[in-house]
Design a protein around this ligand. Structure first.
Ligand code: GLN
Ligand code: ZN
Length: 768
């Protein structure tokens, strides 16, 4: 049965030891030459292909590699290079990186910011947003994918080029400043450039080309997109000698399936993890002579697959196709979102835990085993058996299910989700208790994580600093920070978060049910990687996590409230790898209970204002509108579970890092927080439009300045922004604060910026 092919949609680019990060950052720093960057990258690609072949994959993807981002690569390849970057170096590598991260170089007289960055669907990967001008032209500008195909072929691999399809490329782009045409309106001009590229791939010996059109997982307007796709693939089918695998992933094809299945392509990929519900319709609608690529191994999570279960789905597809067309075994999406390999975790994680996990390298093996099993089960019987044992051991392990935690969550009645009285009544009581001035000033939590702070932490971890010495250091930093805030006249103070590297990691390290990997890095953007914690079992809080620090901090200030500072359940969930053996909502509920206990303990310790950050609530929104409601319901519930255990006088704050919340406005109101602080300054007051449409009755602090830049905002500009806010928000509900935490900033600019911010509020009080 030679019609079973085994492959993956893409492989992580960074390398087993994040070699690409070192190469690229070295190049930026002038320590690695362009030739060394190219050579080092070539070596990485060869290693990754060799790894795939070593497990027996029959074909490797090429073109999935990128110095920075695959959307940028696709835009660059067809000449979507805004003029301001073309001046840099005639559109070579310098221009590519100028688009990625901006470039300030006096000697060549260039000062350009980067392109905008956006989340790649609902992942934590960020792509660069291409800009399309009204007079946009396209031309083949880079043959990167052709070169990589040649490279792989020269090494003897059966290789399949991967390109981002033109409809997705344009849909993910934005209209350039000063232009007004929709990017998709430029499709007809773009197609010939793709056709030229495809011609070159055919000439270089490609047989199959993988065309990623991930927007097919979104709600699409059929009237616009069906003709667009039809036009593209009608033109593509004229290139002789090529076959196309049309892929989408991260959700079901759903209603797009009926027309997508009819496109003149040779194969269709299905994400059978997130889009498992597509199977029956796909078998019915995808013509019998087309390849079905079955995305059976989850590229988005780190758990070992249940191979018997996936094999049953594969078998169903094979049986239904009656050998009329080949079936491929594939990853659900690119493995870009998985860490590279479990190997470095050996010795770091225990054997039982290792047996439950699967990173990119292990997922390759899972694909290979599934494909082999479909041909001749007995050849991989032992491997299937081992897999079944490991899968079963996770299902039954006492480390995973802790009945007390499960029962506690199941036993809650509705009082656990409600404050005792409505906001308007709480507001009066909080006013009397807190005695804050009009337009209270505050910050979002973190203060600069200076080299000194990082050094002390590193020394403590190495053992060069004792626990007592480290604590003394933190206490002294915290005290200085609080005294300074007091001195410049801020009203609600924060402790500065010096003890935290990361707002999720800190809590994960204190909670049961989490583990941390040694090298489980995944690319977040460009050379940046994150190492998400793994939530493997029922979550509980063995001891208070922040109460000592909060109590100490409150003692540092004589008469001003210091906020207790916690991360919310949705954000902890969203920025972790989450167990897949129970609904995410249930895991979030367990985290919420742990946070609730902390909130109650903080209150008992005398903390009057408690902030529960939820910067990730927006990014957890599902891709399909039909799924919004269920998500918003449970995410609001878990936030309320975490925060409603307090008395009326205790003020609950929350914080969001985005301003674009039209779609979730009702949910934000339902959180029933007393105060929300929110990013605002960069968004052309988009927030105010939403406030105008939806109204917001509780207290709110839209950020007065951007914390991502070292630039110090002047009193005048913040005063103007603050005056604009007062037109939409009643004075008694308005707070003055920055956009977000200050941990990436330096003290010099923080001091100046916050001093200016306080004077804006003080002046506004006077003139009110
Ligand atoms: N309290 C956190 C901080 O100030 C919030 C960070 C965030 O919103 N991402 O750092
Ligand atoms: Zn923020």
């Amino acid at each position: 049965m030679s019609f079973i092919k085994s492959t993956i949609l893409g492989f992580p680019r960074m390398g087993s030891d994040r070699q690409l990060k070192k190469l690229v950052e070295g190049y930026w720093a002038g320590k690695v030459t362009e030739a060394e960057l190219a050579e080092g990258s070539k070596k990485l690609r060869a290693e990754h292909w060799a790894l795939q072949a070593s497990y027996g994959l029959t074909e490797v993807p090429v073109g999935d590699f990128s110095y920075y981002d695959h959307v940028l690569d696709a835009a660059f390849a067809v000449g979507i290079i805004p003029e301001r970057y073309q001046q840099v170096d005639n559109s070579g590598t310098l221009a590519y990186f100028a688009m990625s991260r901006g470039l300030q170089n006096k000697s060549i007289n260039v000062d350009v910011p980067s392109l905008e960055m956006k989340k790649w669907f609902d992942t934590n990967y960020h792509y660069m947003v291409p800009e399309i001008a009204d007079d946009q032209t396209f031309a083949l500008h880079s043959t990167k994918v052709v070169d990589e195909l040649k490279e792989a072929k020269a090494l003897g691999y059966a290789a399949r080029p991967v390109i981002l399809g033109p409809v997705s490329l344009l849909t993910l782009s934005k209209t350039a400043k000063g232009s007004s045409s929709k990017p998709i309106s430029h499709l007809t001009k773009l197609i010939p450039v793709y056709v030229e590229l495809l011609g070159q791939l055919a000439a270089a010996g490609a047989e199959w080309v993988q065309i990623d059109e991930p927007i097919l997982a979104l709600d699409l307007d059929t009237a616009v997109f069906e003709p667009a796709f039809s036009q593209v693939y009608a033109e593509f089918s004229k290139v002789s000698g090529l076959k196309y695998l049309l892929t989408s992933y991260f959700d079901r094809l759903g209603s797009n399936l009926s027309w997508a299945a009819a496109l003149p392509v040779h194969g269709i990929h299905l994400d059978l993890v997130r889009g498992a519900s597509d199977v029956d319709a796909a078998l019915e609608k995808i013509p019998a002579d087309k390849v079905i690529s079955a995305g059976l191994i989850n590229g988005r999570n780190i758990w070992k697959a249940n191979l018997e279960k996936q094999l049953a789905i594969l078998q169903k597809i094979i049986d239904a196709r009656k050998a009329a067309a080949p079936v491929w075994v594939n990853s659900s999406c690119s493995l870009l979102h998985s860490p590279h390999s479990l190997k470095p975790e050996v010795g770091h994680l225990d054997d039982e835990m290792l047996g439950w996990l699967s990173f990119a390298e292990e997922k390759i093996e899972e694909v290979a085993i599934l494909a082999a099993a479909a041909v001749n089960r007995s050849a991989v019987d032992a491997k299937l058996k081992t897999n079944a044992e490991k899968v079963a051991s996770r299902q039954t392990s006492e480390r995973i299910t802790r009945p007390a935690v499960q029962q506690r969550l199941a036993s809650l009645d509705k009082t656990f989700y409600e404050r005792k009285v409505p906001f308007t009544e709480r507001q009066k009581l909080q006013r009397a208790a807190l005695k804050l001035p009009l337009f209270p000033t505050t910050t979002i939590g973190s203060f600069p994580q200076t080299a000194e702070v990082r050094k002390a932490r590193a020394q403590f971890r190495k053992g060069a600093l004792s626990e007592r010495e480290y604590k003394e250091f933190l206490d002294s930093e915290t005290r200085k920070c609080i005294e300074w805030q007091d001195e410049i006249g801020l009203d609600v103070l924060v402790h500065g978060e010096f003890e935290r590297t990361d707002m999720v990691e800190f809590f994960g390290e204190h909670l049961e049910g989490f583990i941390f990997t040694k090298k489980g890095w995944v690319q977040s953007y460009g050379s940046r990687c994150v190492k998400p914690p793994v939530i493997f079992g029922d979550v509980s809080r063995p001891h208070a996590m922040t109460v000592d620090v909060a109590r100490f901090s409150q003692d540092c200030s004589k008469n001003k409230p210091v906020k207790g500072m916690l991360t919310g359940p949705v954000t902890i969930l969203q920025w972790s790898f989450v167990r897949d053996d129970q609904p995410r909502s249930q895991t979030a509920g367990q985290i919420a209970l742990a946070i609730r206990d902390e909130v109650v303990d903080l209150e008992a310790a005398g903390i009057k204002v408690i902030q529960v950050d939820e910067p990730a609530i927006r990014e957890g929104l599902p891709l399909r509108k039909a799924d919004y409601e269920a998500y918003l319901k449970w995410s609001v519930d878990v936030f309320r579970l975490a925060t409603t255990g307090v008395n009326n006088e205790t003020q609950i704050h929350t914080h969001f890092c985005y301003s674009d919340f039209n779609e979730i406005f009702t949910a934000i109101k339902s959180l029933d927080a007393d105060v929300i602080t929110i990013e605002n300054s960069k968004s052309d007051l988009k927030l105010l439009g939403a406030l105008e449409v939806h109204g917001y009755a509780a207290e709110i602090g839209p950020g007065l300045y951007d914390i991502h830049s070292p630039r110090v905002p002047s009193v005048e500009e913040m005063a103007a922004r603050f005056a604009a806010l007062q037109k939409y928000i009643p004075a008694e509900n308005l707070w003055a604060n920055p956009d977000c935490g200050l941990k990436t900033r330096g003290w010099a600019e923080v001091k100046e910026s916050l001093t200016n911010l306080v004077s804006v509020a003080v002046a506004a009080r006077k003139s009110h």
